[in-house]
Design a binder for this molecule. Structure first.
Ligand code: ADP
Ligand code: ADP
Ligand code: ZN
Lengths: 250, 250
């Protein structure tokens, strides 16, 4: 018996809900979630991002928004980024962004559910959910409780990342949730002095993995020190990337 | 009331138990755990590595060992790497290394406890425990159940990683477990064509964070495509690094 899907907050709606996962930490899930949201926002869509990585939240920092948020009788209001993307994360409920959240699995899953039921998202065209690493409580709760249209999978070139990303793909297949595309991040770097492009983490397997699981390959993103700098500054919305142009409708 | 420490397996002993954590995924925890183990092994110590990242296990791949392991009446025997390091991981109990483990928190914590009580480590000088990302069930269970001497913290240069690593440091302080040192990984790269050293992810904050928390700074490890290659090949024991020479006794 599959658990019931949760109803979204009474004052909200979301036409599409897309989760971004990898299984492996540090491949760039949060950055890709943010770049996706920026790409859709630039086309004029109403967009929200839900940070489901409760013990390692990063979205507020990437968008340069800070809490703490006050609750209202209608629910918690997300913060808006400089281009109007709605952001919700556990870090927005904390006094200090580097305070640890030391909770066990069942509570983590429950809090993510509350981000769906108790946050006043208003009317969104797209909600992007940034999943934590692993295939434990939170990915499981999100797959069971939220009406997902599908997943975007993020990998990086290392064999280790590829192996663990395959676990995440297999989990999505077991849960019967479609995979909308796969992106390979950190697939090379350009020397700022001589312009040579070289591989940091080996040849990469994004295309090969996409083919073997019959997933759309959405392209590669190199390591770009300029992106890293904008992330550190909370200005990811200023990064120009044509990565998702084929993927974004309209 | 603090939970009891678990007793190690009847046929085993471990003089020192050191956990490696970061809070943030992808900063190189598993690689640093492995390099630490290799450094101690080279000095002649009996060394084991316990992969506590149940949903994202990577140690078997880094050491080039494959399961599945058979159980015996005395317990599960870890596999030995080419230089004699004992390796235990959930991936050694699976038929296929890319099968997902879809378990909720309490079970994850329990399995890690069993790696301590049911694995026949024999007599170790050092056991290194590679923690998963986050500050949830598994780090909590390891801190409560294993007699840790302390932590090694791994960070990478990005502000985001620094923020989340601080959460892990604060968790260790709340749990009253000493931090033995901090390592900054991926702190720059050398162009293979022109030899220029440049920063991929910004200036890095490892030293600054170490000072502010009064932790020993153990040094920096650049992004080295050669290390990545050896990791992919399961030959991390062949990587020569002087990173830990001051840290390893004897
Ligand atoms: N292609 C890239 N180029 C430069 N920096 C990147 C790139 N992708 C990610 N980063 C940096 O790496 C850090 C980690 O990425 P993140 O998105 O947090 O990964 P994850 O969510 O998978 O743990 C971010 O702070 C970001 O600055
Ligand atoms: N300094 C480095 N140089 C090159 N590759 C590295 C370095 N550190 C880590 N890697 C690569 O990055 C991958 C991810 O690192 P890993 O140790 O798995 O991180 P974590 O355990 O924190 O998720 C590894 O497969 C390894 O090949
Ligand atoms: Zn160069």
């Amino acid at each position: 018996h599959a658990p019931e899907k949760l109803a979204i907050n009474n004052f909200s709606s979301a036409k599409n809900v897309i989760a971004v996962m990898s299984g492996k930490g540090g491949v760039g899930k949060s950055s890709v979630t943010s770049l996706l949201a920026c790409g859709f926002r630039r086309k004029g869509y109403e967009v929200g991002v839900l940070d489901a990585d409760i013990t390692g939240p990063s979205l507020p920092k990437l968008f340069g928004v800070k809490g703490p948020i006050e609750g209202t009788p209608f629910g918690m209001h997300p913060l808006e980024s400089s281009t109007g993307i709605k952001v919700m994360s556990i870090n927005l409920l904390m006094e200090q962004e580097d305070e640890p959240v030391i909770w066990r699995g069942p509570l983590l899953g429950k809090v993510v559910g509350q981000f769906w039921t108790d946050v006043v998202w208003t009317d969104l065209d797209y909600l992007f959910v940034d999943l934590p690493p692993g295939t434990g409580d939170v990915p499981l709760s999100v797959m069971q409780s939220l009406p997902l249209n599908g997943f975007i999978v993020v990998t990086s070139p290392q064999e280790l990342a590829t192996m663990i990303v395959k676990k995440a793909i297999k989990m999505a297949q077991i849960m019967n949730i479609p995979i909308l595309g796969l992106i390979e991040n950190m697939s090379g770097v350009i020397c700022p002095k001589c312009g040579e492009e070289f591989k940091l983490f080996g040849p990469g397997h994004g295309e090969e993995v996409s083919k073997s699981f019959n997933i759309k390959f959405l392209g590669k993103l190199p390591v770009d020190p300029n992106l890293s700098k904008l992330c550190d500054q909370g200005k990811i919305e200023e990064y120009e990337s044509s990565l998702f142009t084929d993927f974004i409708p309209g």
